[in-house]
Design a protein around this ligand. Structure first.
Ligand code: ADP
Length: 395
């Protein structure tokens, strides 16, 4: 039996067919450039195979996934569909089976995630049409962070903006931070409700979460995934005073501002070359100063954020690196750990260099602040786990 995991973006649909027993991914793939004439779908299954989509909508892409499974006699083996949903507002503390009421709430949360939630919803509706009798489960990026205390989730704005318009910090990458928490507790053999850690999810999008006794107590992303760390193309936190400055002095309009902060900034904006950490490392190695600066800024901001969570945690068992950069860039990890050396970490360069491309391990140890580890995240695994738990409960 299989569970199907769906992750819909505004112009993409990622899917994975996962065996329920051993949690192995059997087939995965991505449909890209949806709603354009160039829409394609790539299946990863005994090699890679890309096809163009005649119906390039989300529904068309989902139909192509279904046809692919059907032609291999696998569609009938699917017992549930798990959907990644970006924003659950304050409504969802955990994953839920999708009902008409849940769909209404996801719509209600759309103003908080105007690009993501409508896309997620499109994926849900397309999947429900193709698999009308199966249970569908929503797994929210925000849910894990619903345990944050008020002092962490409120902005220092008039309280009415929170009460009347739900303006607060929500946090994202919840499935990843939750997985990292559970997996690290397992690796270090510490009970889940006793572990204190700082989870650094460093990918194209990046966030750091402080976890106390297994629960999120602070995280670097806020109302939207723009707050916090410098990212691939996102600025992360800036002085809010910059916004009126750009509007008044440089005549930016709202769309240009949004584009600047979300798509032109971060590693790309500083380097002027790329948002891709691999490219920046190569160029920096060849002497490109701005690529080096981009990596240094990225690392400094991660280190600064990690250190800022020590008051919330007091006791620390682990700092964990995950995500494309966290799992693979030994260079960026070393830059970060150099800046955290004041916490007494003895850094092992050989272990750090060993932990790439799927190898997990401890890269530094401190007598006062625990270990620094590399752990490979598994957001899809979390979605499957929740989906199976929910349908199991129902049965
Ligand atoms: P997303 O947020 O899109 O899911 P990922 O978690 O896949 O992003 O991370 C993408 C980032 O990981 C890119 O910046 C990429 O350069 C970086 N990355 C992947 N492999 C390596 C590597 N071997 N060395 C350095 N960086 C890497």
């Amino acid at each position: 039996m299989y569970a199907l995991v769906i992750n819909c973006g505004s112009s993409s649909l990622k899917f994975a067919l996962i065996e329920t027993k051993n949690r192995q991914t059997v087939i995965s793939g991505t449909a890209e450039q949806l709603n354009t004439p160039e829409a394609t779908i790539t299946f990863k299954h005994e090699g890679k195979n890309t096809e163009s989509l005649t119906d390039g909508t989300h529904a068309g892409a989902f139909r192509a996934v279904f046809d692919y499974l059907q032609s291999r006699d696998l569609a009938g083996e699917v017992i549930a569909v798990g959907h990644r949903v970006v924003h659950g507002g304050e409504y969802f503390q955990k994953s839920v089976e999708i009902t008409p009421e849940v769909i209404e709430i996801i719509k209600r949360c759309a103003p908080l995630a105007p690009i993501h939630n409508p896309a997620n919803l499109t994926g849900i509706l397309a999947a429900q049409e193709v698999f009308p009798t199966l249970p569908h489960v929503a797994v929210f990026d925000t849910a894990f962070h619903q345990t944050m205390p008020e002092e962490a989730y409120l902005y220092a704005l008039p309280y009415e903006l929170y009460e009347d318009f739900n303006i607060r910090r929500y946090g994202f990458h919840g499935s990843s931070h939750r997985y990292i928490t559970e997996r690290t507790a397992e690796i270090l053999d510490i009970p889940l409700d006793k572990i204190n850690l700082i989870s650094c999810h460093l990918g194209n999008g990046a966030s750091v979460t402080a976890v106390k006794e297994g629960k999120s107590v602070d995280t670097s992303m806020g109302l939207t995934p723009l707050e916090g760390l410098m990212m691939g193309t996102r600025s992360g936190s800036i002085d809010p005073g910059l916004v009126p400055y750009l509007v008044e002095r440089l005549n930016y309009d709202i769309y240009e501002l949004d584009h600047l902060l979300n798509f032109k900034s971060g590693l790309l904006g500083i380097s002027g070359v790329s948002n891709d950490c691999r490219t920046l490392e190569l160029k920096a190695n060849e002497g490109d100063k701005r690529c080096q600066l981009a990596l240094d800024m990225f690392a400094y901001r991660v280190a600064k954020t990690v250190a800022s969570y020590l008051p919330a945690l007091q006791k620390l068992d682990a700092i964990v690196f995950t995500g494309g950069i966290g799992e693979n860039s030994s260079y960026v990890r070393e830059l970060i750990m150099e800046q955290l050396a004041f916490l007494g970490y003895a850094f092992s360069r050989p272990s750090n260099e060993h932990c790439v491309r799927g190898t997990e391990g401890v890269i530094a140890t401190s007598s006062a602040f625990g270990k620094a580890l590399v752990v490979c995240t598994d957001e899809e695994g979390m979605i499957v786990q929740d989906t199976l738990e929910i349908i199991g409960k129902k049965a």
